[in-house]
Design a protein around this ligand. Structure first.
Ligand code: ADP
Ligand code: MG
Length: 159
């Protein structure tokens, strides 16, 4: 399933993220791609909220690459911005992290594309104005994502 969203504000982005978060299951990997300031970390906060994790615990890491959050569904928040690429990611155990039993969110996932599971959920951001973001979500065809589609309909473009 591919959905295209227009977000007009940070709170729109959080709302879309919460709706996606509610559809995620243990073992899911969400790959977030897009430029600096596009809204990846903010989106992670929304996903975290849906999983019962306080948004202030999800921050843009300066030097930390991996942060693990305990919760009803454990959340692993990864930001690979500072890694050179897939090789370096493998050296720090990325394959194990990506195959854990919680939900895994990966910012700058384009840098480690070859390590991502084929059934990962892809979220791609582009900046289209000061407060405007285009967000594309590609997810496997599973019934839970139909619920996500229904819950996020007011932000969708082109059906
Ligand atoms: P990234 O992790 O992609 O670098 P962040 O989530 O850290 O981006 O930051 C996004 C920034 O853009 C925040 O300062 C946020 O307030 C701002 N912003 C403005 N409009 C939006 C929007 N529609 N969606 C997401 N962020 C937005
Ligand atoms: Mg970020």
């Amino acid at each position: 399933m591919r959905l295209l969203f227009t977000s007009g504000s940070p709170s729109d982005t959080v709302e879309i993220a919460r709706a996606l978060g509610a559809a995620l299951r243990p073992g899911d990997v969400v790959a977030l791609c897009g430029d600096l300031g596009a809204g990846k970390t903010l989106f992670c906060k929304g996903v975290g909220e849906a999983l019962g994790i306080s948004p202030d615990r999800i921050v843009s890491p300066t030097f930390t690459i991996v942060t693990e959050h305990a919760g009803p569904v454990p959340l692993t928040h990864i930001d690979v911005y500072r890694l050179a690429g897939a090789r370096e990611a493998e050296e720090i155990g990325m394959r194990e992290l990506l195959s854990g039993d919680g939900v895994c969110l990966v910012e700058w996932a384009e840098k480690i594309r070859e390590l991502l599971p084929t059934d990962c959920i892809q979220v791609t951001f582009s900046i289209s104005g000061d407060d405007r973001r285009e967000i594309a979500v590609a997810a496997p065809d599973r019934p839970v994502f139909e619920e996500f589609r229904a819950r996020s309909i007011r932000f969708q473009r082109g059906g």
